[in-house]
Design a protein around this ligand. Structure first.
Ligand code: HEM
Length: 496
């Protein structure tokens, strides 16, 4: 007689066999995928690859990466490599369609960032398409050096910062005033507009409000497509981002054409902005930059020059507001700075900025924890060995800034916002990667810190932030941000 138990077994056994077969087939498919890439390597490089797994055919480890970064625990992705393969700090993986070596240990990250002979930028093809094939991340080493030399100092040098300070301060004051009169605002959206206004002034001498607002919202779409799956199909973020790029190219081409027309009327500009500088560059053979080259450099700078600064300003303000003791300490410093300003002096000077020691720690601590550029991409130009592990020629490298900045060995209790940890602490080279390192160190780091300092100075003295949705979830891709862009109210607390 067949019992119920026998019947259940009769059903369960084939099911278990099916699950086991799928399990084996999946493992097989993953191993086969890894093998297919590794077999192309020489025996030496293949034998010394770091531990890791290349994930599924075609998608590699992207599902795991996206799943972690779309959850509230982005660190789960790297943590799973640490758990499975130990803390070697270097792992093989398959990311953005390429075999990749991921590095998370500070020493190894530093070695890669400082070694331009073996490693060049290696951003995913989809990012190059969005930022531009003639932008810094895609041009040759010599051209990069030349354009950087020409563009970095007019942004970040002391003289330049001194010139921009008054415009930055006026923009801070008028923005805060306006927001305080507005009721609820999307704080992040407003801050991105604020930093965009500054970079537009520096690059295009433009204060055209309508152009600015519309261009900034185009940039939002460009950014949302970055680090998304490169699916160029209506409805997908990457498709919208490509469309945004086409709009930016068309607008900037229009500005460039206008500039050329003004010049042919033999009008020499009295004030030179970055567009003028780029138009004037000639190489040793007298070749000027093409329109495409100028536009790509502009698209890159206008993006890099406002996106991260806007986010970090938001996070620094939020962290201050969430930590009343730190807020008070930062405020006391700014009050003292204000008290000591000569009564005839109108506005801040670089002298006051230099005195903002505690505020500078608040900003560094924010940069460390929130880590806007959480990973950077390189590509190996030669077979290279680090700590006995091979990095094969042509493979991509992901340098995990986030892992370095949140390394508990370097920063105990790493997720705790504690500006005082920077007291008498100067991090060793490569152990604080807020702005990258080496020849690709951010050329706007001083400008960014200046903007944030001026903003926080006035915010601390007179304003208060109330988040209207304080438990709003954080979305980590492409940049860590509250899902509602930090819906908040700015209140003026003190009248002059
Ligand atoms: C808080 C604000 C900022 C943060 C956190 C930040 C972060 C970074 C990082 C980490 C890199 C290096 C990427 C790599 O290693 O490949 C970088 C590069 C870059 N940043 Fe920034 N940045 C900020 C503000 C700015 C500003 C204000 C500008 C422009 C005025 C700017 C322009 C650039 C450019 C053009 C590059 C590419 C450099 C190159 O490849 O030579 N950034 N930034």
């Amino acid at each position: 007689m067949v019992t119920m138990r026998d019947e259940a077994w009769g059903l369960l056994l084939p099911l278990a066999a099916l699950v086991a077969a799928i399990w084996v087939a999946c493992g097989g498919a993953r191993r086969l995928h890894g093998w297919a890439w590794e077999r192309r390597l020489g025996a030496a490089a293949r034998g010394c690859l770091p531990p890791g797994d290349m994930g599924w055919p075609l998608v590699g480890n992207m599902w795991a990466f996206l799943r972690a970064f779309k959850s509230h625990d982005p660190d789960a992705f790297i943590a799973s490599f640490h758990r499975r393969y130990g803390h070697t700090g270097i792992y093989k993986a398959f990311m953005f369609g390429n075999p990749t070596i991921m590095v998370t240990a500070p020493e190894i990250c530093k070695q890669i960032l400082m070694d331009d002979d073996h490693f060049v930028p290696g951003w995913p093809k989809s990012t190059n398409e969005l930022i531009g094939k003639k932008s810094f991340i895609a041009i040759g080493v010599e051209e990069h050096k030349r354009l950087r030399r020409l563009t970095a100092n007019p942004i970040n040098g002391y003289e330049a910062l001194n010139t921009y300070l008054q415009f930055i301060e006026n923009t801070v004051l008028s923005s805060l005033e306006r927001w305080a009169s507005m009721g609820s605002i999307e704080f992040l959206t407003e801050l991105r507009r604020f930093t965009f206004r500054i970079i537009m002034k520096i690059f295009l001498c433009s204060e055209d409000e309508i152009l600015m607002e519309s261009l900034e919202s185009v940039y939002t779409n460009l950014n949302y497509g970055m680090r998304a799956m490169a699916i160029n199909f209506p409805g997908f973020a990457y498709h919208r981002a490509l469309k945004a790029r086409r709009t930016l190219v068309a607008v900037l081409q229009g500005v460039l054409d206008e500039r050329k027309a003004t010049r042919t009327k033999s009008f020499t500009p009295t004030k030179k902005d970055m567009m003028d500088r780029l138009m004037d560059i000639e190489d040793e053979n007298g070749r000027k930059l093409s329109d495409e080259e100028i536009i790509d450099v502009l698209i890159m700078y206008l993006n890099a020059g406002h996106e991260s600064s806007g986010h970090i300003t938001m996070w620094a303000t939020v962290f201050l507001q969430e930590n009343p003791e730190i807020f008070e300490q930062a405020k006391l410093e700014q009050e003292e700075i204000q008290r000591n300003m000569p009564p005839t002096q109108k506005g801040l000077t670089m002298k006051e900025i230099r005195k903002m020691e505690y505020l500078s720690k608040v900003i560094d601590e924010t940069l460390r924890i929130v880590n806007i550029s959480f990973v950077s991409f390189r590509q190996a130009t030669k077979d290279t060995y680090i700590n006995g592990y091979s990095i094969p020629m042509g493979w991509k490298i992901q340098v995990w800034y986030r892992s370095v900045n949140l390394d508990p060995q370097l920063y105990p209790d790493p997720k705790k916002f504690n500006p005082s940890r920077w007291n008498d602490f100067i991090p060793k080279a490569g152990s604080f990667l807020a702005f990258g390192a080496g020849s690709r160190l951010c050329p706007g780091n001083e400008l960014a810190k200046l903007e944030i300092s001026v903003f926080l100075h006035h915010f601390l003295l007179k304003y208060q932030l109330t988040r209207l949705n304080p438990h709003c979830q954080v979305r980590y891709l492409p940049h860590p941000r509250p899902v509602d862009n930090c819906l908040a109210k700015i209140t003026r607390i003190k009248d002059e």
